[in-house]
Design a binder for this molecule. Sequence first.
Ligand SMILES: *Cc1c(COP(=O)(O)O)cnc(C)c1O
Length: 244
Amino acid sequence: MISESNYYRVVSDNIPEKISKIRDQIANFAIQYQRPPDSVKLLAVSKTHPVEKILQASAAGQHAFGENYLQEALEKITALQAHALEWHFIGPIQSNKTRAIAENFSWVHSLDRIKIARRLSDQRPESLKALKVLIQVNLDGESSKAGVSLQALDTLALELAELPNIELAGLMAIPAPKIDFTEQRKTFQQLAQARDALMAKGLDSCCELSMGMSGDFEAAIAEGATIVRIGTDIFGPRNLQSQT
Ligand SMILES: *Cc1c(COP(=O)(O)O)cnc(C)c1O
């Protein structure tokens, strides 16, 4: 007989079911906010979760995975090489980590300094397509948080668009958590407006909007998110101690 605690474990690890539920929710929110149901991509944020869970998600048709911690990510990328997954780096970037990021990832969501952008462009191997880069914007104006201010965004975007081996592919934000749906929408709307302003300046290869996590992706989709980054709702809670 299966014990009660095992039963809950099985349920909480049912990753294929969770993925299909999230996909349905994403498509339904898109329709609810007058958008095409396939206009929002799902990035599965697998940080701190083991390779086995990523394999389960992959078997359920999930292709794109987000990681925050380089060493942990490299181990997973190596272990999962045969599966040809698409890897997105979404954590803070130190300059001594740029080479490994340029060599192993297809996307970076967390760029906020031109110095890092130059290194990524210089270090991107010629055999690979341009690295797709999103600029992280600090919408809450907290000086402790990563991301460029809305005021500094234009300058960084224009400089970045000149670099040969990276492609400015959009904007990303991690707003401070808010309970109120209207407040969530207001914050995401700022990123959408910043994207529109950049495109009006002629940066027309741009722009994805990477916004929305497990707690706020409905509001993000309402405001035009094209990539939502979902961890907890797919893989369950993270064990903070395993972060490196
Ligand atoms: C961890 C993380 C996520 C996923 O957050 P959940 O609340 O678990 O969905 C999304 N984006 C970034 C940048 C993260 O670090």
